[in-house]
Design a protein around this ligand. Structure first.
Ligand code: 4AD
Ligand code: MG
Length: 428
């Protein structure tokens, strides 16, 4: 029996296998809160009614002890979860002594060091359940929209987003291999077989960034679309984001409540999203008092400032080519720009999607790669795609942890994944 199902067994005796989340006693009554991963339930023991031995071992039962409890199900609206058990039996499985995380405030450093235990607590569990729902929504969205999932490799011979952020490893006698910082180039190959494709998996960036938005290992979902230009690409993204948000609001109401998330902005997100150009964004920032000059990239503070002007996610389009990746499509009227769009989340959560139309012209792409100093022989296969049936195409990548952090309203991406990997953290 799992706690979520007890509602169907009112008046019957059930057995719950779980852990002791909290306990207190008052005179002849003891209250245990037991959790089993599916929910929480209060178990009430009364002296004279419940077996005596339970009152004898009560003091020994430390928080997080594993226990199997038996009891009669009662409806109790005032109780956590709305149901209670009248205790009829308790079997301690393993008694926990001095559980390190107590019901008081602990510092972040301590909690991160105990992440393997911290994930049991209510808020952390809620965040990871919302992540679970986001991931399911992602897969469902693409399935319903006829995208084919292509699992792209993690060990790769080349860089795509810039060589400074690659983790490397020895690959037998073939020299260095790198952990993928994107699967995009492989997805581009796969559109010629399937038209619409996506991938979903871990992504690695050896970024020496110590911000609340950066991890060294994060999950990215990337889509790639044949015969779609940058505008078509943005339409997919809008639908995608609103699908995910709608799903979480519908299915994770309890979790959002546990997180005390004010869901007004999430509830009111409607299509289309506002779109501004990079030029507009620079102007907006300068009006806000930033010293940003045309041609410079935006950091977290700039993205936060821009997002404050909108109550929905906002696209920033058409960046200078100098600050973007080599594969982006040159702007037809202004060759100093590329046809791309970053999607900035509201409420100061920064860029959650990077996307663009891809350079589909063989000569232009080759020139860009030379300009970027790439070892062309490693990209022969990628250039082939511009020789055999090249078409206009576009795609984007969404960072899961940033998206989950925004939806949950938590300040740092490190809590949006079970075991975060960061500049100064690889334990536990
Ligand atoms: O903007 P990025 O670098 O785009 C790409 O990798 C493209 N190849 C995607 C594509 O067009 N197929 O990364 C996409 C998203 C960012 O918007 C951000 O949400 C997330 O990935 N991201 C990170 N999340 C956590 N930690 C990091 N270090 C991240 N770097 C990027
Ligand atoms: Mg980006």
């Amino acid at each position: 029996m799992r706690i979520i199902h007890v509602k169907d067994f009112i008046g019957e005796e059930v057995e719950i296998k779980g852990w002791l989340y909290n306990k207190r006693s008052k005179g002849k009554i003891l209250f245990l809160i037991v959790r089993d991963g599916s929910g929480y339930i209060q178990v009430v023991g009364v002296k004279g009614e419940s077996p005596d031995y339970i009152f004898d071992i009560y003091d020994e039962l430390g928080l997080e002890s594993s226990v199997i409890v038996k009891g009669i199900v009662r409806k109790e609206p005032r109780s956590i979860g709305g149901y209670e058990l009248s205790l009829t039996g308790l079997e301690p499985v393993q008694i926990a002594v001095d559980y390190p995380i107590q019901k008081k405030e602990h510092g972040t450093a301590f909690l991160m060091e105990h992440r393997h235990l911290w994930i049991r607590s209510k808020k952390q569990r809620a965040i990871l359940r919302i992540r679970n729902e986001v991931e399911k929504a992602i897969v469902d969205f693409f399935y319903e929209n006829d995208f084919v999932r292509i699992d792209t490799p993690i060990l790769t011979p080349t860089a795509a987003e810039g060589s400074t952020t690659l983790f490397s490893t020895e690959y037998f006698d073939m020299g260095k291999a790198y952990l993928a910082q994107t699967g995009q180039l492989y997805l581009e190959a796969a559109i010629f077989a399937n038209g619409l494709v996506y991938n979903f998996g871990p992504t690695f960036r050896a970024e020496k960034s110590k911000t609340r938005r950066h991890l060294t290992e994060f999950w990215m979902v990337e889509a790639e679309e044949a015969y779609y230009d940058n505008d078509d690409n943005m339409k997919v993204q809008e639908n995608f984001i609103s699908y995910i948000i709608e799903r979480v609001i519908k299915r994770c109401a309890d979790e959002l409540k546990i997180l005390e998330r004010d869901t007004n902005i999430l509830q009111s997100i409607s299509l289309p999203f506002p779109k501004i150009t990079y030029d507009d964004a620079v102007e907006l920032l300068q009006k806000d008092g930033f010293s940003t000059k045309w041609g410079e990239d935006f950091g977290g503070d700039e993205e936060t400032a821009i997002s404050k002007h909108f109550d929905k996610p906002v696209f920033i389009m058409d960046y200078p080519r100098k600050i973007k990746a080599f594969y982006m499509k040159e702007h037809s009227e202004r060759p100093e720009l590329v046809r791309c769009a970053d999607l900035i989340a509201p409420e100061g959560y920064g860029e959650i999607i990077g996307g663009s139309q891809r350079e589909d012209d063989y000569d232009k792409l080759l020139a860009r790669m030379e300009e970027f100093g790439l070892a062309i022989e490693n990209y022969r296969w990628y250039l082939d795609l511009r020789k055999y049936g090249s078409v206009v195409h576009s795609g984007f990548g969404l960072g899961i942890e940033r998206t989950v952090a925004w939806i949950c309203g938590i300040p740092h991406v490190r809590e949006a994944t079970a075991f975060p990997r960061m500049l100064y953290r690889i334990y536990p």
